[in-house]
Design a protein around this ligand. Structure first.
Ligand code: DQA
Length: 143
């Protein structure tokens, strides 16, 4: 089984970006963790990152067409992208919203997620482990 792990804007900057909030691990570390977790769970994990809303929307269309499960960190798009929300609403396979930090404990503008209501569920606040937990949830879903 294939699972997509999609990441939105600025997540390529992990490791140097606000390490007090997002930790010292890099995006490559994140990708390696996701692939390793996938191997343990028998999943092929395709990890991608983009700063471009249009590209992220097209990736969600691809997942919808293939009925492929998605772990998605929409990053700042979480808080305002209705285009991303509408793309997510079209798919049928599980889609888990993940966040490294806990947006509910941060600035007010991060308390709103426009995608949460169309996601299967949300995992936030566990650092890179949020992704690992989401991959486990997807793996167990199919058993
Ligand atoms: C984030 C939280 C968002 O509020 C922020 O815009 C990000 C990262 C997280 O993983 O904690 O870019 O999605």
């Amino acid at each position: 089984r294939t699972v997509y792990v999609f990441n939105g804007p600025n997540l390529s900057r992990l490791g140097t970006r606000e390490p007090d909030v997002y930790g010292a691990d890099t995006f490559d570390d994140l990708a390696a963790l996701c692939r390793q977790t996938g191997r343990e769970l028998g999943l092929t994990v395709d990890v991608r990152q983009t700063d471009d809303e249009a590209e992220l929307v097209s990736w969600i269309h691809e997942a919808a067409d293939g009925a492929i499960p998605v772990v998605l960190n929409p990053a700042a798009f979480t808080h305002y992208s209705y285009a991303l929300r509408d793309a997510i609403a079209q798919r049928t396979a599980p889609l888990i919203e993940v966040h490294i930090s806990n947006p509910a404990s941060r600035e007010e503008f991060r308390h709103t997620s426009v995608v949460a209501s169309v996601a299967t569920g949300t995992i936030a606040g566990f650092g890179l482990r949020s992704y690992e937990l989401a991959l486990r949830a997807i793996a167990e879903d199919g058993q």
